[in-house]
Design a protein around this ligand. Structure first.
Ligand SMILES: Nc1nc2c(c(=O)[nH]1)N=C([C@H](O)[C@H](O)COP(=O)(O)OP(=O)(O)OP(=O)(O)O)CN2
Ligand SMILES: [Zn+2]
Length: 114
């Protein structure tokens, strides 16, 4: 079974020489794989993920990403790897993190797997 949790955040960044200062709505999906719980069938209890995901969301939301330690070059791929590295110690069975920016149908994104 695989369980996932999504969160969104609004943030500004720049990626010289490709882009100057601007902002995006980002969407993150955190995927956890595991044997189904005998009673509830889930791979992970979403309540147990909540505090870890929420702590990250609060750090990222309404931030200037370039100012965050480890995000000096905030490409999609570097942000996804940064999220993975911070959740990894706390979320057993995490298989991948997806990150996208923009609206459905016009989004750009990436998938980070260990
Ligand atoms: N694989 C990637 N390639 C590129 C990335 C990236 O994160 N991953 N980022 C960039 C630059 O940021 C580029 O300037 C993109 O600018 P951005 O405004 O973030 O995205 P759009 O050009 O699509 O702008 P819209 O406002 O959505 O039109 C280059 N390559
Ligand atoms: Zn951008």
């Amino acid at each position: 079974m695989e369980t996932y949790k999504q969160f969104t955040f609004e943030a500004a960044h720049q990626l010289p020489p490709y882009s100057g200062l601007h902002g995006h709505s980002f969407k993150v999906s955190v995927h956890i794989s595991g044997s189904p719980d005998a009673k509830f069938g889930w791979a992970a209890n979403l309540y147990e993920l909540e505090r870890h995901v929420e702590a990250l969301r609060l750090q990222l939301d309404h931030s200037y990403l370039n100012d965050i330690d480890g995000l000096e070059d905030p490409s999609l791929e570097n942000i996804a790897a940064w999220i993975w590295a911070r959740l990894r110690p706390d979320i057993e069975g995490m298989t991948h993190v997806t990150l996208s920016r923009g609206i459905d149908g016009q989004a750009e994104g990436c998938v980070y797997r260990a």
